[in-house]
Design a protein around this ligand. Structure first.
Ligand SMILES: [Mg+2]
Length: 152
C-alpha cells in the first residue's frame, strides 16, 4: 500500500503569485503554507507540488528558468524546515487541451504511479477553488483552501 500525499499548488499558495513568476528575487513565501507543509511532513505524508506553468508553453520563460525558480523556492522552504518531496508541472497552455493542466488530473495520476501514492488517503491544498478545489473534487479527495483574497 502506497503513502498518503499532500498535493499542493505553487503560485498563490506557497509563494505570492506574480504573473508568470520566473525571477527568484521576486520570491515571497507565505508562512501558513510553510506550516502546512511541516505539519504534513510530521504526519508522514509525501508533499508534492503540482503546478500549472503555461509560461513555458507561451514562451515567457524556459524550462531552465523555471527550474531556477523552483530550486530557490524549495531551498527557502528547506531552510524554514519544510520538506517538498517532488514537484510536477504542466507546461501547456489551455489551447493545448492536455490532460495535465489542473483541474485535469493527469499530473496527480502520474505522481500517484511514480511515487506509489495511496490517493484515497491524500489531500489537495491550494488558493483557487475553481482550479485546485475542482482538482480535489475530480480526484474525490479533500481540499484545503488557502484563501488569499482579503475580505474588504
Ligand atoms: Mg495558485
Amino acid at each position: 500500500m502506497g503513502r498518503a500525499a499532500l498535493f499542493i499548488d505553487r503560485d498563490g499558495t506557497i509563494n505570492r503569485d506574480c504573473p508568470y513568476c520566473r525571477d527568484p528575487s521576486q520570491l515571497y513565501i507565505y508562512e501558513d503554507a510553510v506550516e502546512l507543509i511541516r505539519e504534513y511532513n510530521k504526519k508522514g505524508y509525501l508533499v508534492v507540488i503540482v503546478t500549472n506553468q503555461s509560461g513555458i508553453g507561451r514562451g515567457y520563460f524556459s524550462e531552465s528558468e523555471l527550474k531556477a525558480f523552483n530550486d530557490a523556492l524549495l531551498n527557502e522552504l528547506r531552510l524554514r524546515g519544510a520538506r517538498v518531496d517532488a514537484l510536477y508541472y504542466c507546461p501547456h497552455t489551455p489551447d493545448d487541451r492536455c490532460g495535465c493542466r489542473k483541474p485535469n488530473t493527469a499530473l496527480v495520476e502520474r505522481a500517484v504511479k511514480e511515487l506509489d501514492i495511496d490517493l484515497s488517503r491524500s489531500v489537495v491544498a491550494g488558493d483557487r477553488e475553481d482550479i485546485d478545489g475542482e482538482l480535489a473534487r475530480r480526484l474525490g479527495i479533500p481540499f484545503i483552501h488557502l484563501n488569499r483574497k482579503v475580505e474588504p
